[in-house]
Design a protein around this ligand. Structure first.
Ligand code: FPP
Ligand code: MG
Length: 308
């Protein structure tokens, strides 16, 4: 796809730091792959709204840098050893360099927005990053506890969905549309569906394809939608004590994971993701039919049906 090639090239070109170690660390993350969903959505949204997708390329690149910065920081916070199937940047370059390269990439993103965007876009993007940081703190503070559905959505909105909201609205504004709120909600709902499926993959994914073992969230004491969706049929006290355990046994984790699946937690999570996407599609209906809108709709289905 032509857009993807342009994105890859620009991602490497714009990084451009003076210090070699920052370049190495930034490149390590960018080279690690990823689906480039954020810049793609930004450019497609611009095209859907009547602009040239290329006009939104530096903005999409900025949004991918924000995503990359958040992963660099997140892996330090989580003490992660792996990212995208290989050693995480913090493991290779150390926590200090990983955090500071994240800072560089976040600032570079804002610099791209100040150069190629508008003040409204900077408002949208900086708000999204504030929400992301807050959601991470909220998630961290609730590890080991059974959270409510409301808290769950607060966390996934912040950690994933708001950035998708920023992508669709920034792209749309670049394409000349003024329906910021509607565009933002389209992205927010797409992002929610994306994270719901991510959380489902943690219960029911093929670990060879996802590159992650199943049952991670339970092991780390994190409540996610598959568990919440069947909680009424489970013994609450047992679930709460398992989430609290610092070193839960593999058997306990596996038995709860299987029980969640046998109670239909996977189907319910998928249904909820599809519901979010239907709402996003409904919101898109006022926009003119064109190839870019078609591509956005295809991406939505990719989000819902990936690697199950
Ligand atoms: C991954 O969650 C976490 C995120 C995608 C968001 C992280 C956000 C921040 C650290 C704050 C924003 C900071 C900047 C500089 C933009 P996860 O740990 O559940 O997923 P994982 O399995 O991919 O690690
Ligand atoms: Mg993490």
């Amino acid at each position: 796809m032509v857009l993807l090639e342009a994105i890859e090239r620009r991602l490497l070109e714009e990084l451009n730091p003076k210090v070699k170690l920052v370049l190495e660390t930034g490149r390590y993350l960018i080279d690690g792959g990823g689906k480039r969903l954020r810049p793609l959505i930004t450019m497609l949204s611009c095209g859907m709204c009547g602009g040239e997708p290329e006009d939104a390329l530096p903005l999409g690149v900025g949004l991918e840098y924000i995503h990359a910065a958040s992963l660099l920081h997140d892996d330090v916070v989580d003490g992660a050893k792996k990212r995208r199937g290989r050693e995480s940047a913090n493991l290779i370059f150390g926590n200090e360099v990983a955090v500071l390269t994240g800072d560089y990439m976040y600032a570079k993103a804002l610099h791209l927005f100040a150069t190629h965007g508008t003040i409204d876009m900077i408002r949208i993007v900086s708000r999204a990053v504030m929400d992301m940081a807050e959601a991470q703190v909220l998630e961290l503070s609730r590890v080991g506890e059974l959270i409510t559905e409301e808290e769950y959505f607060q966390i996934i909105d912040g950690k994933t969905a708001v950035l998708f909201g920023a992508c669709v609205s920034v792209g749309g504004l670049a394409g000349g549309c003024d329906e910021e709120g509607r565009l933002y909600e389209v992205g927010l709902r797409m992002g929610r569906a994306f994270q719901l499926i991510d959380d489902l993959l943690d219960y029911a994914g093929n670990s060879e394809k996802t590159g992650k073992p199943v049952g991670n969230d339970l092991r780390e004491g994190k409540t996610t939608y598959p568990l919440l969706s069947v909680l009424d049929s489970l013994d609450r006290v047992r679930v709460e004590s398992l989430l609290k355990e610092i070193n839960p046994s593999a058997e306990e984790i596996e038995s709860l994971r299987r029980e969640v699946l046998s109670l239909g937690g996977d189907v319910k999570t998928k249904e909820r993701a599809v519901e979010e996407l239907s709402r996003a599609k409904e919101l898109l209906s006022v926009f003119p039919e064109n190839q870019y809108k078609e591509e956005i709709l295809k991406l939505m289905d990719f989000v819902a049906f990936r690697e199950l």
